[in-house]
Design a protein around this ligand. Structure first.
Ligand code: HAM
Length: 415
């Protein structure tokens, strides 16, 4: 037998309803927030991620699924959704669309990580990227969108927020970090030694215990923000409080991708139900479009891990709504198939979900099957019923039987 590759998961029929519900929630939010879907390919030229996500990140250095195709090109399966969307925005001149342009996607992402609960080699993200809006209202609204998504599943996880400042603040901060780490870097891990040269901000994201200890006393970006960045961040906090977003300021928050400027955020599992801390994350990236060859364009966005969300709900004992309910099983007690098929069609044409006997089962076996698949009702059709144009409907959960004339059939189910 050939097994599934390590770090991947099948979505089986007994849980696919959860994914249908995620899609339904996303569609509701698409409508409420006027988002537009974008679909980009599963793979891109490797260079896009090296330049977009950043060559000092773990994603690019350690986790990408990269291969050479038959034409000799270096290709990478997308490790995240943002870079492809930005590439497409530039390539398709989407800056000519009325701005802001608020996009969303649901996409598989591929990262060669050590698999654990909530950490997969193929995971799925619901992401949203808002192009052409630099306002603090946009920052607040996109956090509202993510927060509304979680609330639709009955949870309200804390979102940690931090501000990386504008280029000017970050320049001063990075020199302060260099000064702080210079005498300590010899005691830190080899990855941090590299990060010190390429991007000292990344050191703050190190998971090695010794490095984490040193990082605790590192300078904080909040002490290096210019007046404009400070004011803006205060405005954001006020707005989030007014909007009821469950946020916490975390001056030590850093993100694993290089493109962020100003606001960064992460939705976290404070009850530690997940094993993995981050349920979702994002932030503002005002330089990426230009860095990838487009016009200067402010953008803010997020990515939410769907597998992590579902695992979190499961660990918390929260049920996901199951909309896949079978209204009626049409049990066949006659050899006269034609009227049965007609009734099934009539039911379906009226948007009533139904199944009929497809396996030549006895009436008893049909009832058993209907019970197993959680049909709400069984409609029995035999020769007598067809003659009298009257049917028996058995409500399986209530054990109640009702006689109904053919003309009232639809009314019965539609209530
Ligand atoms: P990220 O924080 O790398 O950000 O990933 C977003 C979310 O994807 C994480 O919070 C987590 O829920 C989920 N995730 C990431 N890696 C895995 C994994 N190996 N297994 C399961 N779930 C995972 C981004 O990818 C950015 N593109 C987000 C963004 C969009 N920023 C701005 N716009």
């Amino acid at each position: 037998m050939i097994n599934i590759p390590k770090g991947t998961k099948d979505v089986l029929p007994n849980e696919s309803y959860k994914w249908n519900e995620v899609e339904r929630v996303v569609q509701t939010l698409r409508h409420r927030y006027n988002l537009h879907e974008i679909k980009t390919p599963m793979f891109e030229h490797t260079e896009l991620f090296v330049r977009g996500v950043g060559n000092s990140t773990d994603i690019v250095n350690k986790e990408m699924y990269t291969f050479t195709d038959k034409g000799g090109r270096s290709i990478t399966l997308k490790p995240e959704g943002t870079a492809g969307v930005v590439r497409s925005f530039i390539e398709n001149s989407l800056f000519n669309e009325p701005l802001p342009l608020k996009l969303y996607y649901i996409t598989p992402c591929f990262r060669y990580e050590r698999p654990q609960a909530g950490r997969l080699r193929q995971h799925t993200q619901f992401g949203s990227e808002w192009f052409g809006c630099d306002s603090v209202e946009a920052d607040a609204e996109i956090l509202m969108l993510a927060s509304d998504f979680y609330k639709s599943f009955g949870i309200n996880p804390t979102v940690l927020i931090n501000n990386l400042g504008c280029s000017e603040c970050r320049k001063n901060y990075i020199s302060a970090l260099k000064e702080f780490f210079a005498p300590k870097i010899k005691d830190m891990c080899p990855d941090c030694a590299k990060r010190f040269e390429t991007n000292p901000l990344r050191i703050l994201d190190c998971k090695v215990e010794e490095c984490k200890q040193i990082n605790k006393s590192a300078p904080k970006i909040s002490d290096y923000l210019c007046e404009d960045c400070k004011t803006r961040f205060e405005q954001l906090k006020t707005l989030l409080t007014k909007l009821g977003v469950n946020y916490k300021f975390d001056p030590m928050l850093v993100r694993g991708l290089d493109y962020y400027t100003n606001l960064i955020f992460e939705f976290v599992d404070e009850d530690k139900k997940l094993g993995q801390n981050a349920l979702g994350g994002g932030g503002r990236y005002n330089n990426l479009v230009e860095e990838l060859g487009g016009k200067p364009m402010p953008v803010v966005g997020f990515g939410i891990g769907i597998e992590r969300l579902l695992l979190y709900l499961e660990n918390k004992g929260i049920e996901v709504k199951n909309n896949q309910v079978l209204d009626v099983y049409v049990a066949n007690a006659t050899n006269n198939l034609e009227p049965i098929v007609k009734i099934v069609k009539l039911l379906r044409d009226n948007n009533i979900s139904c199944e009929m006997n497809l396996s030549n089962r006895s009436l008893k076996a049909q009832f058993k099957y209907a019970d197993k698949i959680n049909a709400k009702n069984v409609l029995v059709i035999g020769d007598d019923e067809l003659k009298q144009k009257k049917f028996t409907i058995k409500n399986l959960s209530e054990g109640k039987q009702t006689e109904i004339g053919e003309e009232d059939l639809i009314k019965y189910f539609k209530g």
